[in-house]
Design a protein around this ligand. Structure first.
Ligand code: ATP
Ligand code: MG
Length: 180
């Protein structure tokens, strides 16, 4: 399984629709300060369900929508879609390729899509449990996160090990069952 592409439109500094294509291997994104490198990582966090504006370096959730420049008007919505190669079926879904998309409008309306079909945030979370992908996964290591892991509480560190061991989905199911 690997990330094939990231499509952004109206997300932060990316007003026009842009598709970043990746191949199986290492890709580096380079550019001058303020050119949008971190915005690419923010896009991936966001599409995986990030709910905290602070994590996305904004004050409110609407801050992810392109806010305009001197010669370009603000846009009314932001959309990000990531496509993963699933030919090894590491993701428990019967498709060779999985596209997860998230869209938000200035009105606050928002939606998630999985291979073009509207779904819940919960479905996105469940798809990525125990894969290391996901906003709490270890596949996205943000600035300052290593520090947080090292100096964090043992219970917080434990979450990372649970994810790597592949037992998060069982813990979640147990929690839901106990609530009923
Ligand atoms: P550095 O090398 O300093 O880390 P970077 O390449 O990571 O820079 P980013 O932080 O990704 O840069 O991009 C910052 C740019 O994104 C700023 O110019 C900021 O104005 C722009 N930006 C952020 N949010 C929006 C938005 N909602 N609308 C338009 N532009 C935005
Ligand atoms: Mg940066």
């Amino acid at each position: 399984m690997y990330l094939k592409s990231i499509e952004v439109q109206g997300f932060k500094s990316f007003a026009n629709k842009i598709v970043f294509e990746f191949h199986n291997g290492i890709t580096g994104i380079v550019g001058p300060n303020g050119s949008g490198k971190s915005n690419v990582a923010d896009a991936v966090r966001w599409v995986l369900g990030e709910q905290s504006a602070k994590q996305l370096r904004g004050a409110s959730m609407q801050d992810v929508i392109f806010s305009g420049t001197e010669n370009r008007k603000p846009l009314g919505f932001a959309c990000v879609a990531i496509t993963l190669d699933n030919s090894d079926h590491k993701l428990a879904i019967d498709f060779e390729e999985v596209t997860v998309a998230r869209r938000v409008y200035r009105s606050g309306e928002s939606e998630y899509l999985m291979n073009g079909t509207s779904c819940r945030l919960k479905d996105v979370h469940e798809l990525f449990y125990d894969t290391g992908i996901g906003k709490e996964g270890y596949s996205i290591i943000g600035q300052g996160q290593i520090d947080k892991i090292l100096s964090g509480k043992p219970e917080e560190r434990r979450e990372l090990f649970d994810e790597a061991a592949g037992i998060v989905k069982f813990k979640r199911r147990k929690m839901v069952a106990q609530k009923k």
